[in-house]
Design a protein around this ligand. Structure first.
Ligand code: CA
Length: 229
């Protein structure tokens, strides 16, 4: 998962893109024509697609249109030498997220890429929040359905474990002390103590398979816990 798919037929542009993107830490995959480019894009394994318009076998507009029709919503940055307004408008209407005219300035292209990726990351996290789905590691915690899954496996949680995990996923990366967790998850029930928190954290860790080596629920000695998604 991840990386940038380059669909471009000119070897010089391909190489420039690959070199610069890889130097910035992106992983890249390149296809030299519209047909194989579209096939690769359909795997959905990319964070971004850089798509040329004038391509052998299938032009970029058609590729873009086909991908959106097939519900592939990977952000697309159109690359074109034909930078007339009509083309640009057409490209954006086919579902592209941005465009750049060739020859392009690599610094500017990188800035555009960063902006698109930032926007799409934001949209994804907003979607997750509004649908109450919290992915972390190999797990998916779905508040709507009330389920915790690891791949295809459903993990059974008791009511308090569920509430505790809910509190944790909603406060990622925060230092949560035992008293705070106790008040938020248990309320002010008289018979519970901070020891109760530790017991339930231990049970949750067991269910997440991280009793020995915590990966998501970290202990901060003498301070409390921190949830790392
Ligand atoms: Ca071309």
């Amino acid at each position: 998962m991840g990386g940038i798919l380059i669909i471009e037929d000119e070897p010089g542009v391909q190489m420039t893109l690959e070199d610069c993107l890889q130097a910035e830490g992106y992983t890249t995959e390149t296809r030299g024509d519209g047909m194989t480019g579209q096939e690769e894009a359909e795997t959905g394994n990319y964070d971004l697609i850089i798509l040329d318009i004038m391509l052998p076998r299938r032009d970029g507009f058609t590729v873009c249109q086909n991908l959106r029709k097939k519900s592939i919503h990977t952000p697309i940055l159109m690359l074109t030498a034909r930078n007339t307004n009509l083309d640009i408008i057409m490209g954006l209407r086919q579902g592209a997220d941005d465009y750049m005219a060739k020859p392009f300035d690599m610094g500017l292209l990188l800035a555009r890429i960063e902006a698109i990726l930032r926007r799409s990351a934001l949209t994804t996290s907003e979607t997750n929040r509004s649908t109450n789905i919290y992915p972390f590691g190999e797990f998916l915690f779905d508040l709507q359905k009330g389920t915790l899954t690891q791949g295809d496996d459903l993990i059974t949680l008791h009511a308090k474990e569920f509430s505790l995990l809910e509190f944790l996923v909603k406060h990622p990366n925060e230092l949560l002390n035992r008293v705070k967790i106790l008040n938020e998850v248990w309320g002010y029930e008289s018979e519970t103590t901070t020891r109760t928190v530790d017991v339930h954290i231990a049970k949750l860790r067991q269910k997440l398979g991280e009793s020995e080596l915590p990966r998501h629920i970290m202990t901060l000695r003498g301070q409390g816990y921190r949830f790392i998604p």
